[in-house]
Structures are given as structure tokens and as C-alpha cells.
Design a protein around this ligand. Structure first.
Ligand code: ZN
Length: 160
């Protein structure tokens, strides 16, 4: 069986940046996704099409095919009173905000100076080359319900 759309694929993966720093890793055999349903980034999904269980694949994904380029215009200084939060605003805190295009995004506080809070709306992995080492553990056909929902249902659990 080869990976194609409407297949549930279980993989083991390690994700590194160009310096070899591990950014993310799956626990063994534990990450399953529905192929062809935009569950994973396009660059990785495309590279896995046609592969079989047991195959090991090294995939390098550019930011354009990953989490996008780092966009300086997504970094903004906003006044402290823009935040509803009663608590002290600290570097590293994350908030939901609306982008200029009206999408909900997560912004991260990167600097606080007096009444000015700097927030960064870039994805933490924006602008990063993503180097995946992937082992394909299992491939099965998705159920009708999984295809309809566009995601994988684990054995016996179904939570949305
Ligand atoms: Zn579902």
C-alpha cells in the first residue's frame, strides 16, 4: 500500500532546524494524520505521497512550504491598555488577536517597555527551514467518517 489521498498515515518523525537543533519529535509511532486533508504542512505531505510503510525519508521544507516567511510587519508595538488582562504583561506570553486580514492569530509578547508592548504574530517556525527525518510506520484506508471530518479518529476516542 502506498500513501495517497484518503489514507491514514502513522509516522515517526524528528524535526530539526539547519543547525541540527531538534525542534519537535513524535513519540514512537504515535503521530497519525489524514493524507490529502491539509493536516500537515504541504511540503511534508507532498514528499510522503507514494511512500510505503517501512520507508524512511529525509525531507527539507522551505519556509514557503512550511510555516511561511518571517514577516516584519507582523511585529508591532501596542499600548499596554490594549490588553484586557489584569495580570502583568511579560515576555513570552501569548494572546489571541485579529490580524489585519481579520484572521485569528496567536501573538507572542517579545518586549515590554513602559507602556509599550511588542508583539510578534509570526508562527514560531516562520522563516525556518524544516528538516524532517520521517519513518513511515503504518498506512491504512480512512473510514468514511474520517474522510468526512477531514481528520483521524483514534481507536475508541472521538473528540472534537
Ligand atoms: Zn471527527
Amino acid at each position: 500500500m502506498q500513501i495517497s489521498d484518503k489514507m491514514v498515515v502513522t509516522i515517526d518523525y524528528t524535526l530539526k532546524d539547519d543547525n541540527g537543533t531538534v525542534l519537535d519529535t513524535s513519540t514512537e509511532g504515535n503521530f497519525a494524520y489524514l493524507h490529502g486533508a491539509n493536516n500537515i504542512i504541504p511540503g511534508l505531505e507532498n514528499a510522503l505521497t507514494g511512500k510505503s510503510a517501512g520507508d524512511e525519508v529525509d525531507v527539507s521544507v522551505s519556509p514557503a512550504e512550511g510555516y511561511g516567511e518571517h514577516n516584519e510587519t507582523m511585529i508591532q508595538a501596542v499600548p499596554r491598555d490594549m490588553f484586557d488582562s489584569e495580570q502583568e504583561i511579560q515576555v513570552g506570553m501569548q494572546f489571541h488577536a485579529e490580524s489585519p486580514e481579520g484572521e485569528m492569530i496567536v501573538v507572542t509578547v517579545t518586549d515590554v517597555e513602559g507602556n509599550d508592548v511588542t508583539v510578534d504574530g509570526n508562527h514560531p517556525l516562520a522563516g525556518v527551514n524544516l528538516n524532517f527525518g520521517v519513518k513511515i510506520v503504518d498506512i491504512r484506508e480512512a473510514s468514511e467518517e474520517e474522510i468526512e471530518h477531514g481528520h483521524v479518529h483514534g481507536p475508541g476516542d472521538h473528540h472534537h
